[in-house]
Design a protein around this ligand. Structure first.
Ligand SMILES: NC(=O)c1ccc[n+]([C@@H]2O[C@H](COP(=O)([O-])OP(=O)(O)OC[C@H]3O[C@@H](n4cnc5c(N)ncnc54)[C@H](OP(=O)(O)O)[C@@H]3O)[C@@H](O)[C@H]2O)c1
Length: 366
């Protein structure tokens, strides 16, 4: 069957290739689910993998099939699979367990091992194929009525986890009722986070570089009932002075400098969640004494969040459903750049490199 793959270590090596089709019996104990791939989303990680900054091939292979954001339809299930059946729409988690205690309790998203296994990213082939098979444990049922948003299930899981982790960690305060949230970045992660925080009833301010005028991302933010601001036009300090310091910040710009700037404005008892995966070598100077003092005296929390497990997928999908009900038609505005089939693969990386492009995904099958 057809697939798109890279040769890890070789920059710009994205290529189509034929690979053997998966079989249900490759998963033991009757727990296999064979899925026909309908859509696969791409993000900056795929671009970094193609630039050979990131990603490793599975043991014994010299190529890595890319694709970690998948939406598909079940074709066949093993005898012991109960929660999905042929014809169901599904998404699939990305990380697979290693050997730490967290991996054993179904929390590979917080593995304590340095080496992690992620489909389409590290040491496991991804979903940019016609079919894939996986253990039922990782296959998440998705509502048919929402299938036009299916390719957002994986990014939604990332946002759901980041928010859930903040609320969970803030139990340390016994009472935490955040009023104001900032979302840094208005890419797919920033926009979905904005929606989820609005659904929780917060006053949300979402920031990115580009001014609001004629900007689709700003439009979407405002359709979710949040405020969009350009960091090119206003400083974070001015925004805090004008609108109040945020109790919660979710950082998703891909720029570590912004992450550290956020430490200057967080409210007392607040939580700053970092999600940007920054593979570069940027060095940022900060007023460490002042920030340290304010964070100690303000009982502030800094946490990193990566990936999402089965439950985060379910939470993300539930948020997509509620978001579609509350803001009809807004979420699909994120889906800006569909590419038809693997044969148009050469268009993928230039689109991902274009800052004006919001969401790139491949329509693999109907
Ligand atoms: N933790 C995880 O599990 C996980 C999963 C997926 C992705 N990520 C990471 O999350 C981050 C966001 O992903 P994405 O797909 O949403 O990215 P994206 O589409 O590239 O969006 C980035 C957004 O950040 C804004 N931005 C960039 N630099 C900025 C700056 N200096 N100041 C203010 N805004 C800035 C951009 O502004 P403009 O709109 O004005 O260009 C854009 O709105 C990435 O770093 C990605 O690697 C993490």
């Amino acid at each position: 069957m057809k697939a798109l793959a890279v040769r890890p270590g070789t920059p710009h090596s994205l290529h189509p290739r034929e690979i053997p089709p998966p079989t249900l019996d490759s998963i033991p104990n009757g727990r296999g689910v064979l899925v026909k791939v309908l859509q696969v989303g791409l993000d900056a990680t795929d671009m970094e993998i193609n630039e050979a900054q990131y990603g490793n091939a599975p043991a014994g292979d010299d190529y890595l099939v890319i694709g970690h954001e998948v939406f598909g339809r079940v074709e066949q299930v093993g005898a012991h699979v109960k929660h999905v059946r042929p014809g169901d729409y599904v998404a699939c988690t990305v990380r697979r367990p290693g050997k730490s205690i967290y991996d054993h309790i179904g929390r590979s998203d917080i593995t304590s091992e340095e080496t992690y296994f992620e489909r389409g990213i590290n040491l496991l082939h991804g979903f940019m194929t016609e079919y894939f098979v996986d253990d039922a444990e990782f296959v998440v049922k998705y509502p048919e009525k929402l299938k036009h948003l299916g390719v957002l299930a994986e990014p939604a899981s990332v946002c759901a986890k980041a928010i859930q982790q903040a609320y969970s960690a803030q139990h340390r305060l016994q009472v935490w009722e955040p009023q104001r949230a900032w979302v840094m970045g208005a890419g797919q992660i920033g926009l979905l986070t904005t929606m989820m925080l609005k659904l929780r009833g917060l006053d949300v301010c979402t920031m990115a570089r580009t001014p609001a005028e004629g900007n689709l991302k700003a439009d979407i933010v405002e359709q979710f009932g949040a405020r969009y601001l350009s960091t090119r036009e206003t400083s974070l300090a001015d925004i805090a002075a004008r609108h109040g310091r945020p109790d919660l910040i979710v950082e998703a710009t891909g720029n570590s400098h912004v992450a550290f700037q956020c430490m200057n404005v967080l409210n007392l008892n607040g939580a700053l969640v970092l999600t940007s995966v920054t593979g570069g070598t940027r060095v940022t100077e900060i007023e460490s004494d002042r920030i340290n003092l304010e964070w100690v005296l303000g009982n502030k929390l800094l946490l990193g969040s990566v990936n999402g497990n089965f439950r985060h997928f379910q939470e993300g999908i539930a948020a997509l459903a509620l978001g579609e009900a509350m803001y009809p038609g807004v979420l699909e505005r994120i889906l800006t750049h569909p590419i038809q089939g693997f044969e148009n693969y050469a268009r993928l990386m230039p689109l991902l490199a274009d800052a004006n492009v919001l969401k790139v995904y491949v329509n693999v099958a109907e």
